[in-house]
Design a protein around this ligand. Structure first.
Ligand code: CA
Length: 242
């Protein structure tokens, strides 16, 4: 099973539009958080590790472009801008500030879903395959679907465990510092709480080990004492025979 569908922060001040989009996206398996102002958007972004932000640029309190800039200062959360026809200048400013893509109102839900999936695939990073999957030995993490499987069997992870595994797999072969993992999984306020990390890494190891029939994922997550963690080099782990 998944850790819940991909989580989208929907930033839109027009209530009927927001409700309609939330319903559409909810029916397609996305978990939707909502914000009606730039302030609410940034608070929600900081509090939850959403997979993607769908951002209306015309917000009542601040320009949506400020939201893009603020998110990009500390994070890589993918952003799709929603802009009205004729707002080319805003759209370009949004992309230059670091947004990943845009859709123009009015848009169809299928078009929006295609953009969301494309951006999520790209966001999985250079370690991912073209479908947005991060695979290492028997472990496969599917970013657009937000699922994890070991030896082809779905594994239940909590959202934090999922984020932790994603952060490690997307940097595979490289060490990831404790502070970076804490920021990526819990947020800025937790950058010094490395005790959390130890507990979650051990839980994640146990869950993977429990599903790992071949034993090939046993030493997947390696501690680098005093520094952080890395996932074992792919060369060290043979691919699962299917
Ligand atoms: Ca608006």
């Amino acid at each position: 099973m998944s850790a819940g569908g991909p989580e989208i922060l929907l930033v839109e001040d027009d209530e009927p539009t927001r409700i309609r989009l939330r319903q559409y996206l909810g029916r397609r398996g996305y978990v939707v958080r909502q914000a009606a102002t730039a302030r609410e958007a940034l608070a929600a972004w900081d509090a939850h590790r959403v997979d993607l932000i769908l951002l209306d640029l015309g917000l009542p309190d601040r320009d949506g472009i400020d939201v893009v800039r603020r998110v990009r200062r500390d994070g890589t959360t993918p952003i799709i801008i929603v802009s009205a026809r004729g707002d080319e200048r805003d759209r370009i400013a949004g992309l230059e500030a670091g947004a990943d893509d845009y859709v123009t109102k009015p848009f169809g839900i299928d078009e929006l879903q295609a953009r969301i999936r494309a951006v999520l695939r790209r966001a999985a990073g250079p370690a991912a395959d073209t479908e947005g999957r991060l695979a290492l030995g028997p472990v496969v993490l599917d970013v657009p679907r937000r699922t994890v499987a070991v030896d082809g069997e779905p594994v239940h992870l909590t959202p934090r465990e999922y984020e932790l595994l994603k952060a490690l797999l997307s940097s595979r072969g490289r060490v990831v510092t404790k502070a970076r993992l804490l920021r990526a999984v819990w947020g800025e306020a937790y950058a010094d709480e490395s005790a959390y990390l130890h507990v979650y890494v051990n839980r994640l190891r146990r869950k993977i080990a429990a599903a790992d029939r071949t034993g090939t994922a046993r030493d997947l997550i390696v501690a680098e004492p005093g520094v952080g963690y890395r996932v074992a080099d792919p060369e060290d782990i043979p691919p699962t025979a299917v």
